[in-house]
Design a protein around this ligand. Sequence first.
Ligand code: 2PG
Ligand code: MG
Length: 401
Amino acid sequence: MRIINATVTKIFDSRGEPTIEIALEAKDGTKGTAQVPSGKSRGTGEVSVVSFDRAARTVRGIVPAMRRANFSSPMIFDRFLRVQDGTRDLHRLGGNCALGLSLAFARAMAAERKQELWALIEGFYFKERPAAARPARPMIFSNIINGGAHAATNLAIQEYIAVAKPEGASSETVARVIALYREVGNALRRRTGLRRLPLGDEGGYAVDFKDNGAPLALLAASIKKLRFDKIFSLAIDAAASEFYKNGKYNFEGKKLSSAAMADVYASFRRRASSLMSVEDPCAETDAKGFALARARLPGVWIVGDDLTVTDAARIGRFIEDGVITGVIIKPNQIGTLSATCDAITAAQKRGARVIVSHRSGETGDNAIIHIAKACSADAVKIGAPARERLLKFNEYVRIFR
Ligand code: 2PG
Ligand code: MG
């Protein structure tokens, strides 16, 4: 495929922060665009983010080389980006700019072939996966109560997540998530006396709680009230790097060791027995703490995000060392579609769970849902069913009929 033009537009994410949209145009007139999200609780190992001005300049600089090439696959296009960049971590191009180009190319190629994006990704990256071994539809991780860096409340834990198992039509799964979100909202309105509840970055409710375990108890009670027990489980993203300082976790007024944090999670599980997944239970520099949490929580997914930053080598190492049993996959942590798919494969071939995830600063781009379908991910993590996040829910309904 021959690309004749690339343009970068400054747009704004759901938090009102500037980000970029990239549009590529092929010789035959086909177009592909991509919008890049941004994170607030970023892992230090994530690829760098460059400003709009720098992205625009860099893209202008590589267009002539792009015009001279003929790309027969997304892998070859991504390799071209790496050569143009010339650094190991894409810091010349910027991870955001590289991802925009990479996804825009995949979309242009899918359009040329009159394919859905997921079908193109599946064909190029996941053909060899044993189909029967993986779920047909991912669970939905929906962040109903926001804390940590995503909300101005007293909660240290960043996300309290309802996990919906796909049962029946995908629209029914989404309808149940919405019903649960409303039920939790009603309970919180009754408790706080507020008519309008404040929301956090990902659309979840952002109010104070008695302690960090209380939101899980509330979610469990709401699930029970709606008789959704068989369909929903619970998860948290502690994003613990955010409250880790000088080797200790600043948690509920105390300075806790990793072992004491593992005890906290075990106590959460006693309060909400359906807790099935804990993301970043410890800081990104405290892999040993992850292993402690894993030992304290048998059967619960111990998931890396800031720890693993969608990097195939880190993912492989931490799974083999027994530190994690699942990974968050965020394309903008690593910078290209190919590297994202390599990270997924690194997890899947070692038997770990894969959760394809949004960022706290989102755009209308729905590529993550397509990536989840292409690789038969265990789950997609897409925030609360509200505001701009609904775009992801709607794409889930559309492509997972
Ligand atoms: C996370 C994400 C998304 P952010 O920590 O998993 O929920 O947050 O995009 O702020 O890193
Ligand atoms: Mg996280």
